[in-house]
Design a protein around this ligand. Structure first.
Ligand code: ATP
Ligand code: MG
Length: 254
């Protein structure tokens, strides 16, 4: 499925605005996302990227605008609402419980229980083994607290959580910001895997090169507004940098 076939977008954000005090953090922004697509959000610090996706994630409530999911108007007032729409968020600061192991983190707040209502550690561990074998075959540290994991391994636990709970829409806010080269590659592979499974991904990063590699389309925000959205094959890295810095695409007439 693609945008060209005229299929229904997985997510359609329409004319979204939110202010904090007097500041319009997001100012009339529209953006969509199709199944199997990665859409990147770029822009300077404070451009409004995280705020926009936090509205979709239910962390903030917009002042005006509409969110459409699979062709239906959605009301998202809480992270729980977002979850009900199969939206999973992997934040800038990874929300994992450091003292717990991978399985406990994967099922945090959604623990599996036995027929008698006891927490079913054995099944949770087996399920974790299964999904990690699929997503990140080199992952062996199932029994250790996640504080002992590398940044990339922590990412894979967070991504496993999204996949296990049948996410259709994954939001990743700077997933590779604190990672080394090898780990960044691992997260890139995981994103490719999610894409193949038909999920839609919103990806935020400051690394323009990485975004050109990972995304199908990139959107640039500046001062709360949408500068533009381009298919990566239609633009150069310089075009994107111009959009970020100047607030317009030099290839397009003003
Ligand atoms: N909870 C909040 N209260 C007040 N102002 C906020 C809040 N969250 C964000 N802002 C403001 O909204 C604007 C957009 O911030 P946002 O975090 O969305 O930027 P960003 O594009 O994600 O930047 P970065 O690249 O640094 O992560 C900024 O001016 C910021 O100070
Ligand atoms: Mg941010």
């Amino acid at each position: 499925m693609s945008r060209e076939t005229g299929s229904t977008p997985l997510v359609d954000l329409r004319d979204i605005s939110i202010s904090f005090g007097g500041i319009k953090a997001v100012d009339g922004v529209s953006l969509d996302l199709y199944p199997g697509e990665v859409v990147g959000l770029l822009g300077h610090n404070g451009a409004g990227k995280s705020t926009l996706i936090k509205i979709l994630a239910g962390a903030y409530q917009m002042d005006s605008g509409e969110i459409w999911i699979n062709g239906e108007k959605a009301t998202i007032n809480s992270p729980r609402d977002a979850r009900d729409f199969n939206i999973e968020t992997i934040y800038q600061t990874l929300a994992l419980a450091d003292n717990l192991d991978a399985a406990s983190n994967l099922f945090l707040g959604r623990e599996l229980t036995t027929k008698l209502g006891m927490v079913d550690d054995a099944t949770m561990e087996a399920e974790t083994r299964k999904i990690m074998a699929r997503l990140n075959p080199n992952f062996k540290k199932l029994k250790e607290p996640v504080s002992a994991l590398s940044g990339g391994q922590r990412q894979s636990v967070a991504i496993a959580r999204a996949v296990y709970f049948d996410a259709k829409i994954v939001i990743m806010d700077e997933p590779t910001a604190a990672l080394g080269v090898h780990e960044t590659k691992m997260v890139a592979d995981l994103i490719g895997e999610l894409k193949k499974q038909g999920l839609g991904i919103f990806l935020i990063s400051h690394d323009t090169r990485e975004m050109m590699d990972l995304c199908d389309r990139v959107s640039v925000m500046k001062n709360g507004q949408m500068v533009g959205t381009e298919r990566v094959e239609d633009v150069t890295e310089d075009d994107i940098l111009s959009m970020i810095i100047l607030g317009k695409n030099p290839k397009k007439a003003a």
